[in-house]
Design a protein around this ligand. Structure first.
Ligand SMILES: [Zn+2]
Length: 265
């Protein structure tokens, strides 16, 4: 500082000005480096963020936050060449109409069924979800608990179920009375679902469901919400009576999908 005070006044000013100018230049360089190094990081982040958003465009994330992680992983959409052939042929298989598998992103989580290792998540076509919720809430108002047991199914899932029925019943023909062959299930559309009575869960997917409050209520009121029983007693398709299996026909799209089956009734 002594040296500094000995300097002439003009030199002091010049020295201060040089120090200030240098610090401005250095900080400028540092800022430029900082901002350029950030650019690739932002660029890396933004596509991931947009993919996450666009992957779930139709889901009500606020209402069903848990639908996001469970939605994307468990159900794989697979189309086999065999199924394509059968769905375009429009021929019945043991009385069952062919149905194309709907897209996974058309589905919404409506509930889970069973617990522990058996727990599974059930999905319904977004077009039918609101009507289904309204129906279950209307039933709850009068003390009746309608529980979804099985909704949307992939062709692969149906293949497994049908093979299990063949093992149990001995032949494809016998299996087809209780379960549709893969590519022929109404469940592929996401507009059909199996229901049970929350007070008698052991009656799920059995004829005993016919003797529950839920079934009695559904036969009176399901129609008001756009739902109908697919396989009525002695139906013309020759499929066994399934009191638990209901389909949505309340939108133009859903009604068109089931038009062939409906005309048979
Ligand atoms: Zn069913």
């Amino acid at each position: 500082m002594r040296l500094f005070s000995k300097l002439p006044y003009l030199a002091r000013i010049l020295l201060i000005a040089t120090v200030v100018a240098l610090s401005v230049i250095i900080s400028g360089i540092l800022m430029m480096r900082f901002s350029t190094s950030n650019v690739p990081v932002q660029a890396k982040n933004s596509p991931t963020a947009t993919t996450t958003v666009s992957a779930q465009p139709s889901l009500d994330t606020a209402a069903l936050p848990t639908a996001i992680p469970t939605n994307t992983t468990p159900i794989e959409i697979t189309r086999t060449t065999q199924v394509k052939k059968t769905t375009t042929s429009n021929q019945l298989a043991y009385g069952h109409f062919p149905y194309a598998q709907a897209e996974r992103n058309q589905m919404m989580l409506i509930g889970s069924y069973a617990s522990g290792a058996d727990q599974r998540f059930e999905y319904l076509n977004t077009e039918a979800v609101q009507a289904f919720m309204k129906m279950t809430y209307a039933a709850r108002e009068v003390g009746i608990w309608i529980i979804p047991v099985s909704g949307f199914r992939t062709i692969e899932q149906q293949q497994k179920l049908f093979q299990d029925q063949i093992k149990r019943r001995g032949s494809e023909k016998e299996a087809a009375k209780i379960s549709a062959p893969a590519g022929y299930s109404e469940h592929h559309t996401g507009f059909a679902l199996d229901l049970t009575d929350g007070k008698s869960p052991k009656k799920d997917i059995t004829l005993a469901f016919e003797n529950t409050d839920a079934y009695r209520w559904l036969t009176k009121h399901a129609q008001e919400f756009g739902f109908e029983l697919s396989f009525t007693r002695n139906n013309k398709q020759g499929v066994s009576f399934e009191p638990w299996h209901w389909r949505y026909v309340g939108s133009a799209n859903a009604a068109a999908i089931f038009a062939n089956a409906k005309n048979q009734q």
